[in-house]
Design a protein around this ligand. Structure first.
Ligand code: UN1
Length: 493
């Protein structure tokens, strides 16, 4: 793919002249596309286009804006399989997950389109019966959306759709690893006929320029805590700008002593190894009651050993490669660190070699048992790979204590047959996404998605992004022929 930026309704190159490549992590010889390394000038053009389009776009009715999303989703649905294969090739997750990513993105467009004929504000009583008061939402302007590689289709659509339906315009800056998928999103938006400038895409190393641009009103970010923290600092320097950041997790699945073991094992495998452990919602900590520890450990390790790793386009493969060389190095570093910190290694994870693996970034699962300790780095830092600890606990109180012993707070799951214990987890664990008898992954788009503590800014995205991309205004109308004031402020002239 000869990738371009998409600015003001046109696919354009960059005067910077610099290009970068997106390669297939399962076969690093395969270049999927090249893209411009955007300059400050490109970012200025994109923001200018978004600002110019904003005035006309916000004046359309919300229902009319939604109809563009309807057109968009009809086109996406027709090419669902091609898009899924591209996602899988570009980010390496198994084809079942490539399809799930595209399906999740399609669901977001459908969900947002479905809201446009629904009530969209509040009618609020006044103390004066001749007054009507309303809460009405207003868009904010140009929204910068900075997205990660692990959900290259769904996450851009999580952020774009609620923004544009509310009357904002968007500049998307996708991850360099998955620039082809972002280019496709632009192509489909173009075909759907969005007016020029409503959706723009700029590639390559220019996220900070978008954040610092005085005319972007909102910054939406999904990625690491390090980058999110920098964005929060930059945004604090502007009076007119806000940001909503999703910033990873150190998620846990809790297996209590009364757990249904089939469910526990299934949930643990999905939580730890789907997307090769590279979801914000992946569980890298399995907190297991000591009464069921031996059985859990035995069955979990046995099944993990049978996990098929390989070409992610093969329908039977469960785990594809990790995203790039530096991911393999980071995961290997944490595997070594676990050993140094005293982990009991149950399954050693390594970079896979041999004919089938030699061209990709394939890593096998690393599973260990370790007592929780405040000193351990591996039990507290996000690894983002197939690296999982089994942490024994004596009772539910200790499980909760261990669960909360992290700076993050995104996803939490408990496996239990006892609804009273589930309620205790619900009330006492710190998380944004909680599950009972389910894995930590797989949130649906019509729910809020966001974490507490280091995982987020307290402004969840997906369905609740509307609160970030709109300003809630109070609008009060007097129907009387005189002015009657609340709070006893009426003046008789
Ligand atoms: C992410 O990894 O950043 O809940 C998003 C889930 C998916 C979204 C993950 N629906 O696992």
């Amino acid at each position: 793919m000869d990738g371009k930026n998409y600015i003001n309704g046109a696919f354009v190159g960059s005067a910077s002249g610099g290009r970068f490549e997106s390669r297939n992590p399962a076969n690093i010889d395969e270049v999927l596309g090249t893209f411009p390394l955007s300059s400050e000038n490109d970012v200025n053009n994109a923001v200018q286009a978004a600002q110019t389009a904003y005035d006309g776009w916000r004046r359309l009715s919300r229902i009319k804006r939604g109809e563009y999303l309807d057109e968009f989703v009809q086109l996406l649905k027709k090419d669902r399989e091609d898009l899924s294969r591209l996602v899988t090739k570009e980010c390496g997750k198994g084809i079942v997950e490539g399809r799930a990513d595209v399906t999740e993105g399609i669901h977001m467009v459908q969900y947002v389109f479905g809201t446009v004929r629904m009530p969209h504000g509040d009618v609020i009583d006044s103390e004066i019966s001749e007054k009507d008061a309303f809460m009405r939402r207003k868009p904010k302007g140009a929204v910068a959306a900075i997205t990660p590689w692990n959900f290259p289709f769904a996450i851009p659509l999580w952020l774009i759709c609620p923004s544009v339906v509310e009357g904002n315009t968007v500049i998307l800056k996708p991850s360099r690893e998955t620039a082809c998928t972002a280019n496709k999103i632009a192509e489909y938006a173009h075909k759907a006929g969005f007016p020029p400038g409503v959706i723009n895409v700029v590639h390559g190393g220019c996220g900070d320029l978008l954040v610092k641009h005085p005319d972007t009103q909102v910054v939406l970010f999904v990625g690491s805590n390090d980058v999110g923290s920098e964005i929060k600092k930059l945004v604090a320097g502007f009076h007119n700008k806000m940001c909503a950041c999703e910033m990873g997790g150190k998620n846990a699945l809790i297996v209590l002593d009364d757990a249904n073991m089939d469910i526990a094992i299934n949930a643990a495998i999905i939580s730890a190894f789907k997307t090769s452990g590279q979801r914000c919602t992946s569980a890298s900590r399995l907190i297991v009651h000591e009464k069921v520890l031996a059985e859990f450990e035995k069955r979990f390790v046995e099944i993990t050993k049978r996990i098929q790793i390989g070409n992610p386009l093969d329908e039977n493969v469960f785990m594809g490669p990790v995203i790039n060389q530096s991911a393999t190095e980071k995961i290997a570093r944490y595997n070594d660190l676990a050993k140094k910190e005293g982990a009991k290694v149950l399954l050693d994870g390594t970079r896979l070699t041999g004919e089938q693996y030699k061209k990709g970034y394939f890593m096998s699962p690393f599973v260990y048992r370790m007592q929780n300790s405040p000193k351990s780095r591996v039990l507290h830092e996000e690894v983002f790979g197939p690296h999982v600890a089994i942490i024994p606990v004596k009772n539910i109180d200790e499980a909760i204590e261990v669960h909360n012993d992290t700076e993050y707070g995104l996803a939490c799951a408990v496996i239990t047959e006892d609804y009273r214990k589930a309620k205790k987890i619900r009330d006492d664990c710190e998380y944004g996404l909680g599950y009972v008898n389910l894995p930590t992954i797989g949130a649906e788009v019509h729910l809020p998605f966001g974490g507490v503590k280091k995982s987020g800014t307290g402004l969840p995205s997906a369905s609740t992004l509307i609160d970030v991309v709109t300003h809630r205004t109070a609008w009060t109308v007097n129907h009387a022929l005189e002015i009657k004031m609340a709070q006893g402020l009426t003046v008789k002239l």
